[in-house]
Design a protein around this ligand. Structure first.
Ligand code: OFO
Length: 173
């Protein structure tokens, strides 16, 4: 069994992961409509990964015979500024999610919930990877700018991301 504190905290994190998926889907649609098909593809794969993050926690809650409490998922924005600003927003979002995972980890520690703590190790590591890859995308975007032709080459590279991989644009050249 999970303590009610841990159960509530895990349910809240499931909702945050689902929101992340919605946010990346909205970002993907925004860029797709502006013909940035590669960035849109990358973000859509990211949305799928966020759903998997939610499902992994959901399975854990169920395995612990706790109550799954699904809440309404907040609507993400539907309009964004340019590609660079959009990825800046993505990085800010991931930093917030990292803080949320760290709080959850602290809760598991204070509840002496060792199983939750071990499960959350994966999320702590995953956040390091997510922040790193979005930072790398931003570095590339800032280097090429969002006006010239080079951004279309970067867009093409971003289209190479497969499900289950992060695809740092540096790896794709
Ligand atoms: Fe689930 O890692 Fe991003 O938000």
């Amino acid at each position: 069994m999970l303590s009610s504190t841990m159960q509530n905290a895990l349910n809240a994190q499931i909702n945050k992961e689902q929101y992340s998926s919605q946010l990346y889907l909205a970002m993907s649609a925004h860029l797709d409509a502006r013909k940035y098909k590669g960035f849109a593809h990358w973000l859509r794969v990211q949305a799928g990964e966020e759903t998997e993050h939610a499902m992994k926690l959901l399975d854990f809650v169920m395995e612990r015979c706790a109550t799954l409490e699904l809440k309404p998922i907040a609507a993400p924005p539907s309009q964004f500024d340019g590609v660079i600003q959009l990825f800046e927003l993505a990085l800010t979002h991931e930093k917030e999610n990292t803080a949320s995972i760290h709080n959850l980890f602290e809760t598991a520690r204070s509840e002496k919930d060792y199983a939750s703590e071990i499960t959350l190790h994966w999320y702590v590591t995953e956040q390091v990877a997510e922040e790193a890859v979005i930072t790398a995308v931003l570095d590339h975007l800032r280097a090429v700018g969002d006006q010239g032709g080079a951004i279309w080459y970067l867009d093409h590279r971003m289209s190479k991301r497969q499900r289950g991989e992060t695809l740092n644009p540096s790896d794709a050249y």
